[in-house]
Design a protein around this ligand. Sequence first.
Ligand code: 5GP
Length: 334
Amino acid sequence: VEFLQRLPKAELHAHLNGSIPLPVLRELAYEFLAENISNPAHDVALPDLVRTGVEQLQRGVVLGEIHQFFALFPAIYALTSTPDALRRAAHAVLGHFLSCSDGYPQAAYLELRTTPRETPSMNRLRYLEVVLDEVEKYPREQAALIVSLDRRMSPAVSMECVEHAIYLKKGGRRVVGIDLCGDPKAGNMDEFAQQFRTAKEAGLGITLHIAETEDCPAAETLQLLSYEPDRLGHATFLDEAAKKIVHTKEMCIEICLSSNLLCKTVPTLDDHHIRYYLGHDHPIVVCTDDILPFRNSLLGEYALLMAEPPLGLGLTEPEVEKIARMGMGCRFGQ
Ligand code: 5GP
């Protein structure tokens, strides 16, 4: 374990609202329920949604398939809708990854990502500023922010998010990239071309969730690759044409082992596409995705690399060291 703890690891694929430590989520839920139940002016359905969602997360989430995963977020979002609650959530997530426990942090470097939301008490720019205030409490070599675009966003909203990211970057704030995330079935990817072009021209890194499920259309995958991303989230179901582009352009693959197993997009570790990329000596980075529902950790993901099959991949220390180095090499904020 000490070998893995000491290894400098980059966490490049962690969603803020999916990474809130459970005790902090519980605290936010308790306060939210206390305030909303006593306030009849508030939406009566919300407390029930929050109670059911938090109970489910406490029990441990069992998913039949990946699309059920996205239904967890409305309850979490209800709890991070004020600047103060968002700040506390961001503080806790950064602390989880970057403060030391047993003498070592989970990650030497974190690129946290989040989708800016407009709520009754903050607009999208304020949302990003609140999160950045927490990110920037850590040195530049330790933490940075990626702005996520949700596939369901309208063109105007996704462009607004890109413009905020550029504005903040130009103002010296620590925004390093743009991500595309959200339910893989949602949205029209034609509508994101200009957004990624604009972001790239402004020097932002691009990472896209891509080919997460078997039914993702091959044409959509090729279209997303034409936006020239630097990194790809999951990339589980690439066909030969897509793989050729990914290899030629050396796009780093963000690998989330537990997430893929629990969302049932990959049946076993033995079938996992990490084996393909390792076999082709292709750049990858091992990440957690969403520690709140998946109950995983970055250390645990690395432990899966080393554990003997069938529990793990049975890799050696030098092989795991090489993977960690590759991950550090794929940072946007270098
Ligand atoms: P947030 O961006 O709000 O901080 O984090 C939660 C959001 O991240 C979810 O609403 C969802 O859109 C996105 N997300 C989290 N995990 C995944 C994943 O595995 N795949 C995709 N496509 N999106 C995800």
